[in-house]
Design a protein. Structure first.
Length: 202
């Protein structure tokens, strides 16, 4: 697809294609755009995004690596680089990138780290990262929920109950949160409270 106008005009046109589901046209435009502007990190970054929309993570990885080389300190590029690495199974590399971003004090860094630690069966590290997420973003519902899940998976049932009770107090009644509470009471052999919790699910 031929370019028309300046960089920003073509960028807007590519996003229009993405928003209307014409991903192949968007990719074609991004390819031409990055060929014409090979030193523009944003072009490669957004081309990587377009490739993820096609689930072509190998091509996305190729583009995001160029973007990172052009703008190594860009937080959004690094976050997406980490996400794409995770999508192709390179969890260790993904974690390494996020660890190098901890000084940015951005809640997305710690939340993504927490999720990766959960995926790699490191619940203690996950809890630590998710707590840091909440320090920066107290309204992050999923971070709060995931802490409860990690506590349950490590058989810390009393803390699981407290976390999910606090979660529901802050964010409202939640079926899955109450289910974890009920399962925790059962695991503690507290059948009376388990039954009370179960009734809330009905």
């Amino acid at each position: 697809m031929h370019l028309q106008g300046n960089f920003e005009n073509n960028l807007a046109a590519a996003f229009d294609f993405i928003n209307t589901g014409k991903i192949d046209k968007a990719i074609d435009l991004f390819e031409n755009l990055t060929n014409k502007y090979p030193k523009t990190a944003r072009g490669f970054h957004l081309k990587a995004f377009a490739y993820t929309k096609k689930d072509n993570f190998e091509k996305a990885l190729e583009s995001i690596r160029v973007a990172k080389e052009l703008s190594p300190e860009n937080l959004d590029i690094n976050l997406d680089y980490s996400n794409i690495l995770s999508s192709v199974g390179k969890k260790t590399e993904s974690i390494k990138i996020l660890k190098n971003l901890e000084n940015k004090k951005d809640s997305r860094v710690f939340y993504n780290l927490g999720c990766l630690y959960m995926d790699t069966d490191k619940p203690t590290d996950a809890i630590e990262s998710l707590k840091k997420t909440l320090e920066l973003d107290p309204e992050n519902k999923q971070a709060s929920f995931n802490i409860g899940v990690c506590l349950f998976n490590t058989k810390n049932y009393e803390k699981t109950i407290k976390v999910f009770q606090a979660y529901q107090k802050q964010f409202g009644v939640n079926f899955e949160a109450e289910r974890y509470i009920s399962l925790s009471f059962y695991s503690l052999n507290n059948l009376e409270d388990a039954e009370k919790s179960l009734k809330l699910l009905c």
